[in-house]
Design a protein around this ligand. Structure first.
Ligand SMILES: [Zn+2]
Ligand SMILES: [Zn+2]
Length: 180
């Protein structure tokens, strides 16, 4: 099948005459950009459109996938659905070697690019990471790891955690609430 796994869009045509260009593709295993790596469950899908707007270009796109995060209590890999959307202003400067963020005279963020074949991996990874939840929980009732031995309290009772510690605290809280 004709499925693209390269995260780029060729803008050669709209660099010559005004118009718009679109591209889409899939990402397997992980969304990566520089040092950042977000492991995926299944495939992520992305699509972008770039339209000319005077001397500039509007990039708008989206990426959808399921990222594997560590449960904040027990560290178990936990799938989290991510739907991300992004829009950026671009300017073409053939002398630019690397994608560069510049603030223009209207205080807008503009990305300068120098290759007609625009690499999208940065934009996709940035939008995806911004749309990710800060933390994940495998289950609302996750008991977490034992602070003494590190055992997963969802699967074993190592005996280190006092069974009455939490109910005691809750009873205190209940007393407090009654008085209010
Ligand atoms: Zn958990
Ligand atoms: Zn323990």
């Amino acid at each position: 099948m004709d499925v693209r796994e390269i995260q780029s869009i060729n803008l050669a045509k709209i660099l010559k005459e005004p118009g718009s260009a679109s591209a889409d593709g899939i990402i397997r295993e992980a969304i990566e950009a520089g040092e950042a790596r977000f492991p995926l469950e299944g495939e992520a899908e992305w699509s972008v459109t770039v339209s000319s707007a005077g001397d500039e270009y509007w990039l708008s796109g989206e990426v959808h996938g399921t990222v594997m995060m560590e449960c904040r209590r027990c560290l178990k890999p936990t799938p989290q659905r991510v739907d991300a959307y992004f829009q950026h202003l671009l300017e073409y400067h053939p002398e630019v070697e690397k994608l560069t963020l510049v603030e223009n005279e209207d205080d807008e963020d503009v990305y300068h690019f120098g290759e007609p074949d625009l690499d999208l991996s940065f934009f996709i990874a940035q939008a995806f990471s911004l749309a990710m939840p800060y933390t994940a929980l495998c289950n609302d009732a996750c008991k977490g790891l034992c602070p003494v031995c590190g055992a997963d309290l969802n699967v074993t009772d190592c005996g280190h955690v006092q069974a009455d510690a939490v109910p005691g605290a809750l009873a205190e809280l209940g007393k407090f609430l009654d008085e209010v």
